[in-house]
Design a protein around this ligand. Sequence first.
Ligand code: ADP
Ligand code: MG
Length: 474
Amino acid sequence: MSKSASAVWDNCLSFIEDNIQPQAYKTWFLPIVPLKISDKVLNIEVPSKFFYEWLEEHYVKLLKTALQKELGPDARLIYSIRMENRFGNNNPFTENIPSSNRGGIIPQQVDAPLHSQSDLKNPFVIPGIKNLQIESQLNPNYSFENFLEGDSNRLGRSAALAVAAKPGGTSFNPLLIFGGVGLGKTHLAHAIGVEIKEKYQDKTVLYIAAEKFTQQYIEAVKKNTRNDFIHFYQLLDVLIIDDVQFLSGKTGTQDVFFHIFNHLHQNGKQVILTSDKAPVDMQDIEQRLLSRFKWGLSAELQLPNYETRISILKNKLYRDGVEIEEDIIEYVAKNIKTNVRELEGAIISLIAQSSFNKAEITLELAKEVVMKFVKNTKREVSIDYIQKVVSDYFQMDVQTLQSKTRRRHIVQARQLAMYFAKKYTKASLASIGNQIGKRDHATVLHACKTVDNLSFTDKQFRKYVEDLSQKLSL
Ligand code: ADP
Ligand code: MG
């Protein structure tokens, strides 16, 4: 009369498969083993606590629906987790926990674990890892199509294309893209991922900043889930790590990355790295890692020449549907030579100014905007002034802004002050950090990136940036 656990689970699987991305299905559901069923309770085995946590976090509703379709409204789910042995004997043991009732599955009494050492009532999460896997963290705007070719980037761009066409199947493994800020490393790294996802839908691609990778790792160590962390990364087909120079001096993270790298490489998986320096110039990165970096190809992105700057500008305008006279484009391209980010910044600000003021984009306006972009001592505002303006804006005093607190709105204000100090002054990161509450240069760098990211993804935050830019540029 009653179906076997595997029959029930098979039906659940086909329902689940119809409702999620193939890749997510492959990653999170195929490894599950149905163990037993008694009455309305299905017991499934998952490979790790991490799996359990992930399923509960992301798929509890789906699981509930699937299970109720099979077993009726009283269906319950219990996970069995194969624990790694921490007690020196060789038998792994199993720990059972019920699904949470967040999705409506009523928790079943916890089966007594064989060993009750770990605190599964408060299961770990690897912060930041939560929403990663399925979306790959790729920005579709950063495509090859939008990445204009020039002498400055030809090698990198073609290598990237080759890797995207055959991930893991070229000798460019790892592919290391390096070069100064704003030259397109992040863009190119995303482009590879975007292209791979388009061509090979089942490939698991993950883009992650080295900094975030480091944070996740530290968190995993704290929570004693280092193996889960490694396991997670070893599941990937394509791993893109941005700004690996960030791993400098972080031996623990380098070590774990080394293991992940070796595993992926041995299994023909593709690794893509970016860095602001060539491997020879990287400091405090272990020799064995540096030598791995050299296994593949290191391609440098250089400053784009005038022609490339023109085509980048035209492409950007074209995509934004804006028409600007040729001489204005030439003026901007001639005067902004630092990097592509600034070039884009100038053009965005030009478009913004003209639409705010309902004015045409004229050469005059272009000159004004470029003046502000080409860091110009006469107009330079002081870091003190920036801190004052930012704290006023958020109605706090400068001391609060500089304090050690981690309260979100204060942290944000501080990061904005750092960002504008970087943008509007010539001060070094170290000096900015020192003046804004005695932080180090890495903190400032992080702040700048956070602001960049948030103004990209968060509307409210973008408004802060716009308001403050206006106040500061008066
Ligand atoms: P990096 O990571 O090297 O600091 P990014 O990849 O963030 O630089 O690039 C900065 C900006 O310049 C991005 O908006 C990117 O789209 C743009 N960009 C860089 N190189 C090119 C290029 N060759 N064609 C078009 N846009 C580019
Ligand atoms: Mg970058």
